[in-house]
Write a protein that binds this ligand. Structure first.
Ligand code: ADP
Length: 216
């Protein structure tokens, strides 16, 4: 019975793969989107990008989407309860049971606390926070370039500046939160260089934390 044999093999592989909840952290323009695509392919875990989830909510025209849009269009952060609500709902889906990659989340200390609580209630925790480091001048250059190429509605020079300021003011503290909460959870990698080079650094960091989704 070749078909059922291969089915058993593939589910055994899925179970062998360690559970990993990875936070990809970095300023807007640090390369989270590019690296996320590579990571999810390589690790076989779902991609939870709150930016994408909020853009989808906005496009659907739902009430929640309209609230989110009023913040996103100005480059400000959407309210914590709204974002955490969407993320937790998604985490309850079956494909997240063996981990996921958080991209653009958590962006405030409160979001990080609420995520910790949600995972802890299920005997889980964030395995590793990958902090992609890029200098401010390079971030500004990349963001302006992206606005020319992609023409995203929230990528105007004003909102770009606002998003970088918001990162410094509200999001940078998330790293200190993870550093103080659990020594050794944060891995900083240099975000300068080609996408392959940066990816290799990230995978090196991920490998050091495989199987750390469980606090026991
Ligand atoms: P970027 O990293 O380039 O700013 P994202 O796609 O991650 O782009 O986010 C776009 C916008 O969506 C943000 O400027 C913000 O308004 C909103 N957003 C995304 N993630 C979050 C979050 N975790 N909390 C609050 N707002 C968020």
């Amino acid at each position: 019975m070749p078909s059922s044999d291969s089915g058993v093999a593939s589910s055994a592989q899925a179970i062998d793969r360690p559970v990993m909840y990875i936070v990809l952290f970095g300023a807007p323009g640090a390369g989270k989107g590019t690296q996320s695509q590579r990571l999810i392919k390589s690790l076989g875990i779902p991609h939870l990008s709150t930016g994408e989830m909020l853009r989808a909510a906005k496009a659907s025209g739902s009430e929640l989407g309209q609230v989110a849009a009023s913040y996103m269009d100005e480059g400000r952060l959407a309210p914590d309860e709204l974002v955490v609500g969407i993320v937790c709902e998604r985490l309850l889906e079956a494909d997240c049971a063996r981990g996921c990659l958080f991209d653009g989340f958590p962006r405030t200390v409160e979001q990080a606390r609420l995520l910790d609580r949600f995972l802890a209630d299920r005997g889980l925790r964030v395995s590793v926070v990958i902090d992609i480091r890029v200098q401010m001048a390079e971030l500004q250059r990349r963001m302006l370039e992206r606005s020319r190429v992609e023409r995203r509605v929230d990528d105007t020079p004003e909102t770009i500046q606002r998003r970088l300021q918001v990162f410094e003011a509200q999001t940078a503290a998330v790293l200190s939160y993870y550093e103080s909460r659990d020594h050794g959870t944060v891995e900083s990698v240099d975000g300068l260089g080609g996408p392959d080079e940066v990816f290799d650094r990230i995978m090196g960091a991920v490998d050091r934390h495989r199987g750390r989704a469980c606090p026991c």
